[in-house]
Ligand binder design. Structure first.
Ligand SMILES: Cc1cc2nc3c(=O)[nH]c(=O)nc-3n(C[C@H](O)[C@H](O)[C@H](O)COP(=O)(O)OP(=O)(O)OC[C@H]3O[C@@H](n4cnc5c(N)ncnc54)[C@H](O)[C@@H]3O)c2cc1C
Length: 396
């Protein structure tokens, strides 16, 4: 598609970053998938940091040649990275989701200590929201973040699971509840917790069907103490901080979905033009045309909706003003990815199911997480409908 939402500068950036990732990520993608090679992941994160690509979201800290860097460019980076390897892309997207609240809400000392190393690719970040008893219903979290006035410290107790970059991250943005003296409903508070603080532990990592190479595990906090300046925003600001982060994360996930969808489409397209059945190329059959056409229009729709959200953000929209469009980007692109991997497997037949005949089976496994992470498809549909039915209280 002639992606007319993107400017000439955006398109030049896409070519540049594609060449960079072909050089740095593509030769390591098999090691990341087959051996979950964390050193390979770290190498590419470092290379991206050194090249300044992890600063795209943060115009005041950016040092490159783009006139107006922003979420559009960060999403292009995500799209191009996940075209090659979605597991790797999740590592950097998570690190950026950690950098985002640090940039907006942390003290200058915290920014120097944690934000700068992440943007340089020297450190990794993680986000801790999900718990065993609460995933979609994040308002019900049980982790406690309490202030100890005697020592001037925040004390964290709780258990988080399904945390991307758990154990390998250097800093964790932890969301937990802070009880109130008047007995009112506790509010959510966000703090930054470094990896080496006493009381933090990583009981186990999970073995997922896809995204192999991105480490996802549990994080436990037993009386972890961080000094008062590790607070993000003010006490009780956590929910608003989280909402801002999710907008940004969902637009980026639009890029992740697009990358996976495009890879699957390209493999299917080539197969349809080279495989012969019943004396003709597979692509000559009308039932296959239908699949190709459906993949094609869905990818174009996902691209338009995704970059509409990023362009809105870059023009200043945020919070509630972006919630619906960011949710739509996430929903459409991740559902499109799942549609495309499924159709690609069907078009390839047996070849689509085997490692011996290419990446289709990997894409199929990888895509499945996309409609669950960062707010499930069901949850983002609620967000969309809540904007369309403003007079009604939607009962989850
Ligand atoms: C690979 C991976 C990486 C992750 N990384 C992170 C991370 O870095 N940090 C982090 O904090 N979390 C992370 N998560 C957790 C992720 O955000 C949650 O898995 C997600 O929010 C869903 O929560 P849950 O798994 O507890 O499912 P549940 O909330 O139990 O939901 C189960 C199913 O029920 C549906 N459902 C729930 N409520 C309703 C309702 N009211 N109406 C209709 N349907 C409903 C959901 O949509 C879902 O399909 C990760 C998860 C995965 C799989």
């Amino acid at each position: 598609m002639q992606d007319f939402l993107l400017t000439e500068e955006d398109r030049a950036f896409r070519s540049e970053v594609r060449a960079f990732l072909q050089r740095e990520l593509a030769p390591r993608a098999a090691d990341i998938e087959d051996r979950q090679d964390w050193n390979a992941v770290k190498h590419v994160v470092r290379a991206l940091g050194e090249a300044g690509y992890l600063r795209l979201m943060f115009a005041d800290l950016y040092r490159g040649s783009l006139k107006k860097p922003g979420l559009t460019h960060a999403t292009i980076l995500s799209e191009e990275a996940s075209t090659i390897n979605y597991a790797f892309e999740t590592t950097i997207a998570t690190a950026l989701s950690c950098a985002y609240p640090l940039h907006r809400h942390a003290s200058a000392r915290l920014r120097d200590a944690y934000l700068e190393p992440i943007l340089d690719g020297r450190a990794i970040g993680a986000i801790c929201v999900t718990e065993p008893g609460t995933g979609s219903d994040s308002a019900d979290m049980q982790t406690r973040v309490e202030f100890d006035a005697r020592t001037n410290e925040w004390v964290i107790n709780g258990f988080k699971r399904y945390i991307s970059n758990a154990s390998v991250a250097d800093v964790y943005i932890v969301y937990g509840v802070t009880p109130r003296d008047d007995g009112a409903k506790p509010r959510v508070t966000a703090v930054a917790v470094p990896k080496d603080v006493p009381g933090i532990s990583f009981p186990r990592n999970y073995s997922f069907m896809g995204r192999r190479g991105c480490i996802v595990g549990e994080v436990k906090f037993d009386d972890c103490r961080v000094s008062a300046d590790h607070l993000l925003g003010d006490e009780g600001d956590g929910f608003a901080i989280m909402r801002g982060m999710f907008n940004f994360e969902r637009a980026i996930l639009g890029g992740s979905g697009l990358g996976v969808a495009r890879s699957a489409f390209e493999i299917a397209r080539q197969h349809a033009q080279s495989r012969r059945t019943f004396g003709q190329f597979l692509g000559c059959k009308q039932l296959i045309w239908d699949k190709i056409a459906q993949m094609s229009w869905r990818i174009d729709a996902a691209e338009l909706i995704t970059y509409r959200a990023t362009k809105m953000y870059d023009a200043g929209a945020d919070g509630k003003a972006l919630m619906k469009e960011a949710a739509m980007a996430k929903l459409v692109a991740t559902e499109t990815a799942n549609f495309c991997v499924n159709e690609a497997v069907q078009i390839l037949g047996g070849d689509g199911l085997t490692k011996e005949y290419g990446r289709t089976e990997q894409l199929y496994r990888d895509a499945r997480a996309l409609t669950i992470v960062g707010g499930t498809s069901e949850m983002v549909k609620y967000l969309i409908a809540s904007r369309d039915l403003p007079e009604l209280k939607i009962n989850l």
